[in-house]
Design a protein around this ligand. Structure first.
Ligand SMILES: [Zn+2]
Length: 434
């Protein structure tokens, strides 16, 4: 076991805020971004956690969000104005002569598009530069006297020199710099929006069970143990006491979590609203993003501590895989692990997912005990990551009334209690008495 993983579990088992945070599904825990292409979406998780004080007050968090969306509205109209300013410059550079050349090339390609593509592919395959240039000349993409990359470079340079004065004058340079500032402002705003979308959930989920101080303490412990470290990503700060646009921005920040409260507005001395990303150690990131996530790894860690031999992702040769199997008091335990997203879901949907996991586990247990029944007693357990015991109780109530009642559903804390209580004792296998 790596040092970082040992240090992590040292903290994990004694700190409830740590358990609450790291037992969130990876989509809720990690800094993430959504990439969309046509109708396909992919969520990419980054090895980062974000510390923020923004959700301490609903009023303040709304205030910051409103300010950023207002800034976006201003930036959009500003950007349109800048594009308008560039139009004459672009028109000056793209002379009628060039337009005609481009039209001619497009026309040539449109006549026989497949022939053009095939000749390009052939030239590329043969790695024959001469042939490639012949194709480009044939389709009027380049001038007939250009026969090499060097000649193409020279021709582009000559073109820029001829048009330099048209393109570079006081107005265009001023517009260019103003354009760069707009791009920087866009970046600042988008960075904030990215930070809030990944952080809001982390903080919300924790707020039900922890307070801000326990979260700050947790980040400090994680920092001290090297599980998180300063990130190369930009942090975002804003003063909500000053007028909009007075003091806000992105910046590089290497700061211990507990010192984040010292961040004050240089103008009015109020506490700043901050979003500070921290890099998450690769060993822990790998566990979180593994197939069964941190929940299965924590179960393995507890069994290891208790010196109970176990096997992970155990394959029975009847095509059934169990997340974790171990023997305790002459009973073979079959553990199935499920980490659920609690974001954007309903209790009803969660109940449905738990019931379907239980049905599958029941079916698998019956198949295993039928095929491997040599006086072995099997005991299935479903371990899940619900944020509250209350929700589990209502679900259990429904399950007790169904045919799935013989399989206990446990949170990690229940599983730990169960293992600790079972040591050296005869098990009572009924879930209602656990
Ligand atoms: Zn201020």
């Amino acid at each position: 076991m790596s040092d970082t993983r040992s240090k992590f579990y040292n903290l994990f088992w004694r700190n409830f805020a740590c358990q609450n945070l790291f037992l969130l599904s990876k989509e809720e825990l990690l800094d993430k971004s959504k990439i969309s292409l046509d109708s396909n979406n992919a969520v990419i998780s980054y090895p980062r956690l974000i510390l923020s004080n923004n959700l301490d007050s609903v009023f303040l968090s709304e205030k910051v969000e409103l300010r950023r969306s207002n800034t976006n509205v201003e930036l959009d109209s500003d950007f349109e104005n800048r594009v308008e300013n560039y139009k004459p410059v672009i028109q000056a550079i793209v002379t009628d002569k060039i337009k005609k050349d481009v039209e001619l090339a497009v026309h040539k390609i449109e006549e026989k598009p497949l022939a053009f593509i095939f000749s390009l592919i052939k030239a590329g395959k043969d790695e024959d530069e001469q042939k490639l240039f012949e194709v480009l000349q044939k389709y009027k993409i380049i001038k007939p006297h250009i026969n090499s990359v060097q000649e193409l470079e020279m021709s582009i340079k000559r073109y820029i020199q001829q048009n330099f004065k048209k393109a570079v004058n006081n107005q265009t340079v001023l517009d260019f710099h103003a354009g760069l500032t707009t791009i920087k402002d866009y970046y600042t705003n988008s960075q904030y929006q990215r930070l809030i979308s990944s952080n809001q959930i982390t903080v919300n989920a924790l707020r039900e069970v922890d307070n801000y101080q326990s979260r700050l303490n947790l980040f400090e412990h994680l920092f001290e143990s090297g599980i998180i470290s300063p990130s190369k990503e930009d942090a975002f700060v804003e003063c909500t006491e000053c007028d909009p646009g007075t003091y806000f921005g992105t910046m590089k920040m290497r700061i211990q979590p507990r010192k984040a409260n010292n961040l004050k507005c240089p103008i009015c001395k109020s506490e700043l609203t901050y979003y500070i990303p921290y890099s998450l150690h690769k060993d822990i990131f790998d566990i979180i993003t593994s197939k069964d996530g941190l929940l299965l790894d924590a179960i393995a860690n507890h069994l290891h501590k208790k010196e109970i031999p176990y096997s992970l992702n155990h394959l029975f040769n009847i095509g059934i895989e169990m997340d974790c199997c171990f023997d305790l008091n002459n009973v073979k335990h079959l553990v199935e692990v499920k980490m659920f997203k609690t974001e954007n879901t309903t209790d009803q949907k969660l109940k449905q997912k738990i019931k379907s996991a239980l049905s599958k586990l029941k079916k698998d247990t019956i198949s295993i005990s039928t095929n491997y029944n040599q006086g072995i007693q099997y005991f299935p357990i479903l371990v899940i990551n619900l944020p509250s015991k209350e929700l589990l109780s209502t679900i259990e109530q429904e399950i007790l009334e169904s045919e799935l009642k013989e399989i206990p559903v446990m949170l990690l804390s229940d599983f730990v209690d169960y293992i600790n209580a079972s040591e050296g004792k005869v098990l009572n296998l009924l879930p209602s008495t656990k």
